[in-house]
Design a protein around this ligand. Sequence first.
Ligand code: ASP
Length: 327
Amino acid sequence: MAWTRHHILGLADWKAEEYEILLQTASSFREVLSRRTKKVPALQGQVVTNMFFEPSTRTRSSFELAAKRLSADILNFAPGTSSLTKGETILDTAKTYLAMGSDIMVIRHKEAGVPHLIAAEMDRLQTGVNVLNGGDGQHEHPSQGLLDLFTLCSLLDYENPRLELLKGKKVAIVGDILHSRVARSNIWSLRSAGAQVHLVGPPTLVPQFFAEMTVGSNGDQLFVHWQLEPALKDADFVMTLRLQKERMTNYLLPSLREYHQSYGITRDSLKLCHPHVKILHPGPVNRGVEISSDLMDDPALSLIQQQVTSGIAVRMALLYLIGTLNS
Ligand code: ASP
């Protein structure tokens, strides 16, 4: 199968073949990144615009480095110092960057659907611009879901990361599922791989309706728990999530201390898991809340640094696949 997707807006409708192409392409770019000269001319002359209307450390820097490694020119938009503060609309901001020759726009916004809106406008105007969702509200964060997938598959077979490696593996996703776009993107990709996904957290943050995202065609299953034990029991991977305090409008938790006691991942709670268990976290981490500080820094257990490193190869792959689609 050849690559056909023009925009990367979410993983909900991705096909297995697309994941495989992405994993293979990211693997080749990881090889490029291991060379002394970590650059290829693939997107030379193209302009990538990072439009982040919401704070970001990892995703924004990682897209920037990925674009540079592909020899693209990169523009970084900062909302606080932009004409948005003078009342310019998001669509007008996008059209301004279009007029400057942007070929790819990477968009993050606190409202779900903004990347889709800009993509629809770019299509309506027949610009050929590709849009990449860098995280929209509570909806999706596809590049994070893909870098998590790449990290896990690479751990299981570094030379040949592929979807089938995760078939039947138990993955616990712990914490604030309700507000997490990372959880949603991971649910789609892990289900496509045939993993058994177990969501766990307090009922206010893990509503029962997630169970309705349920069983896919390849026998994958999704379970909802409100207690840690059944979710962690024999888990191969534990994905912890940040409490998205900025999105909590009500009192959804008694206190952070109580949350840590019931749902925080510690060396003790990991005893329930498979002996080879590994932990992931998309960052930023609230140390000592969703995960104990020492675990986070333990390279034998934590994949957090690998996730960040994988992010560059995966984002190079995404930019490359959409940026060379019509060439
Ligand atoms: N960095 C991730 C995101 O943008 C996770 C988080 O913020 O907690 O969704």
